[in-house]
Design a protein around this ligand. Structure first.
Ligand SMILES: C[S@@+](CC[C@H](N)C(=O)[O-])C[C@H]1O[C@@H](n2cnc3c(N)ncnc32)[C@H](O)[C@@H]1O
Length: 927
């Protein structure tokens, strides 16, 4: 007789004894690793009793015992890790302002490495592959340095940091060659230490398994053993009779179909049975009712609900009805398909009569606070156990039980990492694709969606191949003991000492693309430790979090990054495709926290190379490089703030951080950040974010820039940089122009400048080109005539007196007959007449003043206007008006006009947003 499954012993074997010597941890010696773990578990147990400890923001929801069961201190805790500071103090190198450090921004290719077996060992929402991160860590850090990722998800930053010490030779050779090709100093290979944090306990748990070493062979042995034991115990649930009536087959999956009702005869219709065209293997749009023959479509049938006792508490439970429709099974290696027969139905009915196993969580979803709650509750899915058909529930429960009782804690965690990957694929969310033989795990990622056709996959189909793949992936043994420490909590409160981190790589949540806490709830409930959503950085109306709340939370996290990062060090932020307003909120949060952005790039998937971001439209993944200013700039700025000296100190510090020369395929790139208008914007932002008046106008700034720094190809350099630039510039044929998109007045001016600077042109020449460019002009932006733009920003040579140098140099280079002529030569003057050119800084000052006057006049109209919302206006006028009002501390004007600007325009314009946020903060108002 079969043993009662709940009493069956789990492991009659102990893990093979691994020779274990004494271990060192945080400067202490332990006889073995088990003693180390017990010592720190006791400390953590004590700490958990302290009510103050539990009050830390972002503390996960779970009992002491459940938190302890997941943790492996001091390396990992499923709550804020109280040992992180000790870890850094013990292994880190304290900040030394005299130690020279200088790096240029570096772009990563976030799409690289998505097929790597380690990357694929455990899925997580929007993973960034470790192979994409390694070069970045190598570039910015030295062996032994500390890397931090506060939104670590599945912990790929940690894997990358460890790989810097353990990467195989071939890989090192390849990366060394890549660096050499890019003209970057050769990397120094060796382990980096890493701190990983995530708000979600399931994320940090996955990350801990990815980053703490374990015995791979023993893991494979234990995994196989579990699968064999589970098969012994519940194999009967997956048995079916082959169509020969004798041979036993093993069920791969059963397809369940939702049941609808016919509007004409009220008969039940098993959707898949009727709608599936067996020949073409497609679902028909229209099909006949099996009872009355009426033509049915998915739109004219109604859902059938059934009410049964809820297996958790016996109360009536009403949910949509499913019936089994097809079974796919194997006999030997041969695959077959059939309709469920009487025997199959008997087995299913026998399983459904078994009590709900105690391992299955019966927790209620926080439906009312969930974005997808309204999709689940009406279909009858409100609790975790509702998501599993009885057979899946039993299979998962046995797997979970066997894993939970594995004696060695480190392997137990790793086995949970393995088994937990069946949870989502065994829910009713798993879809069935009628065409082709679907792979496992076909739930719709990032959402709670329960399909009408569900594939109930057998646990073994998900796990058997997975175990082999995991074993192979982890055989690369990139881990090192004690190189990583992981913590669970909010990135806005990290237990990390000031100025102790050497590099931050981070991939924060981006607005409302993925509801991490909601999505993780289903798996976290199994571990009984759940994300505390109060500090989750997200836009989610069901949690009463809009864009401002998101920005505020992100700002707090960036402030924490700023505090812990050593001055002069870098942070790389990966930002996924999303709305412009979210992108602006991130930038604003970063700058408000004190960071200076030095480079923004997007991967050009077609060309496989990075482009600098020049337009506002965020359509692709972005990589942002920002730094914490160094060399005592912040200290000096406290004294020089609001003076010219402060401005030039900032610019000098900023120029030091920018790349000097970037080339590709024999062409040099214009480094956008080195152009005068972007330098001006950065300088203004630096002042404004620190609440300091900007002591000069754009024109004064441009003039000062030309006086103090060397200009090359429209970019500005420090004296020692320019020599290097000139040397490298000689090695390339030409300059690659930045691609500019004209969408408003500001971008039109930049575009015109780009056209005119190398080739002064007449209005007639420019006009047709201009008309071609303005197709993307924004709806709300006041249309401007080309002539108006030219007159307000450029100068026209009227044909009198000497030909301006810009025109002279263009004509004499491009027209043989005009070479070597004096500037007042008749033919030269005739050819130069009516050409527009870029004014030199002194003249630009006069023009700028005139333009500003006209912009402010227009702004005054907006202020005085009685219109509730401005429909069409000049953004440049609003920007100029905000800047002036801010300098005069007239926050009320900014707030009044901002409220007249359409909300999407305000949120999508980083400059307006900056003044507006500042005005709100300084006047004590909130949005
Ligand atoms: C884009 S994912 C990171 C994915 C990661 N790069 C990977 O490869 O798996 C963002 C993460 O931020 C976490 N998160 C959200 N709010 C947070 C907060 N306030 N502090 C820390 N983590 C947070 C989410 O739980 C989610 O795991």
């Amino acid at each position: 007789m079969a043993k009662n499954p709940y009493e069956q012993s789990i492991f009659d074997i102990q893990p093979a004894a691994k020779p274990q010597g004494p271990v060192e941890c945080l400067g202490m010696m332990f006889d073995n690793d088990q003693n180390r773990r017990e010592y720190f578990l006791d400390k953590l147990r004590e700490k958990l009793k302290d009510p103050e400890f539990r009050k830390i923001e972002g503390f996960p929801i779970g009992s002491d015992e459940d938190i302890l069961a997941l943790s492996d201190p001091p390396y990992y805790t499923a709550c804020p890790n109280p040992f992180i500071a000790d870890f850094i103090n013990h292994y880190g190198k304290s900040y030394d302002p005299n130690k020279p450090y200088s790096r240029e921004p570096f772009a990563v290719d976030v799409s690289e490495g998505k097929t790597d077996p380690v990357y694929k060992a455990h899925s997580y929402h929007t993973k960034v592959p470790h192979l994409a991160i390694i070069p970045s860590i190598l570039h910015y850090t030295e062996p032994g340095d500390f890397v931090l990722d506060g939104f670590c998800g599945s912990g790929m930053t940690g894997v990358a940091a460890q790989c810097c010490g353990s990467a195989p030779k071939d890989y090192r050779i390849k990366i060394d060659a890549d660096f050499e090709k890019q003209g970057i100093e050769k990397p120094r290979w060796g382990d980096r230490r890493v701190i990983l944090n995530d708000l979600s306990p399931i994320a940090s748990f996955i990350a801990s398994n990815y980053n703490i070493p374990f015995d791979v062979r023993e893991f494979a042995r234990a995994g196989n053993r579990i699968l064999r034991d589970v098969e012994k115990e519940i194999g009967w649930m997956y048995e079916t009779l082959h169509t020969d009536g004798r041979t036993k087959g093993r069920i791969e999956y059963t397809v369940w179909s939702e049941v609808f009702t016919c509007p004409d005869c009220a008969g039940d219709v098993v959707f898949l049975d009727e709608a599936l065209d067996q020949e073409t293997k497609s679902v028909k749009d229209a099909f006949a009712c099996p009872h009355c023959g009426s033509q049915l479509t998915k739109n004219n049938v109604e859902r059938v609900f059934e009410t049964k006792p809820d297996p958790a508490d016996g109360k009536p439970w009403k949910r949509v009805k499913y019936l089994p429709s097809r079974i796919s099974y194997v006999v030997g290696r041969q695959r077959h398909e059939k309709q469920p027969d009487v025997h199959d139905l008997q087995v299913l009915s026998r399983i459904s009569e078994l009590p709900l196993p105690p391992e299955i969580p019966t927790t209620r979803f926080p439906i009312e606070q969930m974005y997808h709650g309204s999709r689940l509750a009406p279909k009858g899915f409100t609790h975790i156990h509702h998501f599993f058909l009885p057979r899946s529930a039993h299979a998962l429960a046995v797997l979970w039980r066997k894993t939970q009782t594995y004696p060695d804690p480190r392997l137990r965690h790793m086995l949970l990492f393995f088994v937990e990957q069946t949870v989502l694929g065994m829910t009713l969310m798993n879809r069935h694709h009628v065409i082709g033989r679907a792979n496992v795990n076909q739930w719709l990622t990032g959402v709670y969606y329960i399909p009408s056709i569900h594939e109930e996959t057998a646990y073994w189909r998900i796990l058997e191949g997975k175990l082999d793949r995991l074993t192979k992936a982890f055989q690369t043994e990139y881990f090192r003991s004690g190189t990583s420490a992981l913590t669970t909590g909010t990135a806005s409160q990290l237990n990390i000492p000031d100025s102790s981190i050497d590099y931050v790589f981070t991939d924060p949540p981006f607005g409302e693309n993925i509801y991490y806490a909601d999505m993780n709830f289903l798996v976290e409930a199994w571990h009984r430790v759940i994300t505390n959503t109060a500090t989750e950085a997200i836009i989610d109306k069901f949690k009463a979090k809009g864009l401002p709340e998101y920005q505020h939370l992100m700002q707090k996290c960036f402030e924490e990054y700023y505090r812990v990062l050593k001055p002069g060090r870098w942070m790389t932020v990966v930002f996924h495709n999303s709305r412009n307003s979210v992108w602006n909120a991130i930038q604003e949060a970063m700058q408000f926290a004190g960071f200076v952005v030095a480079d923004v790039r997007t991967l050009d998937k077609q060309q496989g190379s990075y482009r600098q971001l020049t337009s506002m439209a965020v359509k692709q993944d972005l990589v942002i490089s920002a730094y914490r200013p160094n060399g005592g700039l912040e200290e000096r700025f406290k004294i020089t703030a609001g003076t010219e000296e402060g401005v030039w100190d900032f610019i000098r510090t900023h120029l030091k951080q920018l790349p000097i020369f970037v080339s590709k395929d024999g062409q040099a790139e214009v480094i956008a950040e080195r152009q005068n208008y972007l330098l001006f914007d950065r300088m203004v932002a630096f002042h404004v974010q620190r609440g300091v008046t900007v002591p000069m106008s754009a024109a004064e700034f441009y003039a000062g820039l030309t006086q103090r720094f060397s200009e090359r190809d429209g970019m500005y350099f420090l004296p020692d940089q320019v020599a290097e630039y000139d040397k490298k510039r000689m090695t390339v044929r030409e300059m690659l122009q930045l691609q500019l998109f004209v969408s408003d007045e500001a971008s039109a001016i930049q575009w015109l400048k780009q056209q005119i600077i190398g080739k002064p042109q007449t209005f007639q020449e420019l006009h047709p080109q201009f008309l071609k460019e303005i197709g993307g002009w924004q709806k709300h932006e006041k249309p401007l005539e080309l002539l108006e733009l030219l007159e307000q920003n450029f100068l026209r040579y009227e044909g009198n007196g000497e030909v301006p140098s810009q025109i002279h140099s263009y004509l004499s280079t491009n027209f043989k007959e005009l070479r070597n002529l004096p500037k007042d030569n008749e033919s030269l003057r005739a050819k130069g007449k009516d050409r527009w050119y870029v004014p030199d800084p002194n003249k630009a000052g006069d023009l700028e003043k005139l333009r500003e006057r006209s912009l402010l006049k227009e702004f005054e109209d907006y202020r005085a206007s009685t219109q509730k919302r401005l429909k069409v206006f000049r953004l440049e006028a609003v920007r100029a008006g905000f800047k002036k009002a801010w300098q005069e501390r007239d926050y009320a004007t900014i707030i009044t006009v901002a409220r007249k600007v359409p909300e999407n325009v305000l949120q999508e314009d980083p400059k307006l947003l900056m003044w507006y946020d500042q005005a709100l903060t300084r006047s004590g108002e909130t949005q």
